[in-house]
Design a protein around this ligand. Structure first.
Ligand code: ZN
Length: 347
């Protein structure tokens, strides 16, 4: 039997991060009974757990269910399904992921949890893992970026100039400005972005390129998306807090993820990759060769860091025809990408 979206039965779970912020988990049951243990899907920046279920013929959720996994999807505090609040990468790594993984082990009785994470979800999960906060995670499949964000030149210019201009006027950049009738900064931003991104008439696609990378478009290659998914994407992006961009600017200067001054957590160095990983977790790093949100050098740098400390344990795969989000949203991802993910989970 082949699972499709109509066969999904969602089981919502409500929990709190370790600092009290409300989070949700969605456990997805399908046609096939799970016999392989829990896999946690962790969404990217300005997305939500639902973003793992685009209107493609086979989503990653379908494929994992059919391979026998117990699929859980997390809405961490940056999810557009939760009330927007300012957050830093450290907030998520220290408070959200450990609470979510612990919750899953308690409900399922499983001692281990495998994780498939995208974008900033992958970044914060990597921080939790190397910080020794997730001993239950035995495998982390991280797409796009982990501990060493390397941005394209246009992204760096926006991060260090436009951010500085917007910072005191707007607490958030809202990708959904692509739709709205707002005034002031929002309207000016939307109009400028649409004039710059003439490659596509979808306003959400344009705003995502502005807010989340640098390229035409930034997050995926148009040829990898079907029309239904490209339209659907308009509803899958929301707000990014300025606190995120501020931390990214600091991390960009250091070429690795660092805590903001005064924001680092007790017991943790401001440099998350400043010492050997405090974990046995096996990393399987993925990225697209055409990634314009975080250049492939990002994952190469993290792989070099992991290899230096734990040689021969981890893997890196650069997908030749992919960008950033199309690794999960692409119309051929079920043939070209998901088998690689399933193989890493089963290894
Ligand atoms: Zn587009």
């Amino acid at each position: 039997m082949v699972t499709t979206r109509t066969a999904h039965r969602d089981e919502p779970h409500f929990l709190f991060a370790d600092d009290g912020v409300p989070l949700t988990l969605v456990r997805v049951r399908g046609g096939a009974a799970s016999h392989k243990g829990p896999v946690l899907l962790v969404h990217g920046l300005a997305n939500r757990s639902e973003s793992f279920r685009p209107p493609v013929s086979r989503s990653i959720v379908d494929v994992l269910i059919d391979d026998g996994w117990d699929v859980w999807m997390l809405n961490w505090r940056g999810s557009i399904d939760l009330d927007p609040l300012p957050w830093t990468l450290d907030d998520v790594a220290v408070n959200d992921h450990p609470a979510a993984v612990r919750y899953i082990t308690e409900v399922t009785g499983s001692e281990t949890v495998k994780v498939v994470a995208h974008c900033v979800g992958a970044m914060t999960m990597s921080m939790s893992v190397v910080g020794g906060l997730l001993p239950e995670v035995d495998v982390l499949i991280a797409n796009g970026v982990s501990l060493h964000p390397v941005l394209p030149r246009g992204g760096r210019v926006k991060l260090h100039t436009i951010r500085a201009l917007m910072q005191h006027r707007q607490p958030f950049v809202d990708v959904a400005w692509g739709d709205g009738p707002e005034h002031g900064v929002a309207r000016l931003t939307r109009t400028s972005v649409r004039m710059w991104h003439i490659e596509c008439r979808n306003p959400a696609c344009n705003m995502a390129s502005f807010a989340l990378g640098s390229g035409h478009p930034a997050l995926f290659r148009h040829e990898n998306l079907d029309d239904a998914t490209h339209d659907w994407l308009g509803g899958e992006f929301g707000k990014v807090p300025m606190s995120f961009y501020t931390q990214m600017a600091a991390s960009d200067r250091r070429k690795e993820v660092v805590a903001l001054p005064g924001q680092g957590r007790e017991g943790f160095a401001p440099r998350w990759a400043g010492a050997a990983p405090r974990s046995d977790t096996r990393f399987a790093l993925l990225t697209g060769r055409h990634n314009r949100a975080f250049l492939p050098e990002s994952q190469r740098a993290t792989f070099a860091f992991l290899e230096r400390h734990q040689p021969g344990r981890h893997s890196l795969r650069v997908l030749p025809r992919y960008g950033h989000s199309d690794v999960f949203f692409g119309s051929r991802a079920h043939n070209e990408v998901f088998p690689l993910i399933v193989a890493e989970l089963n290894r």
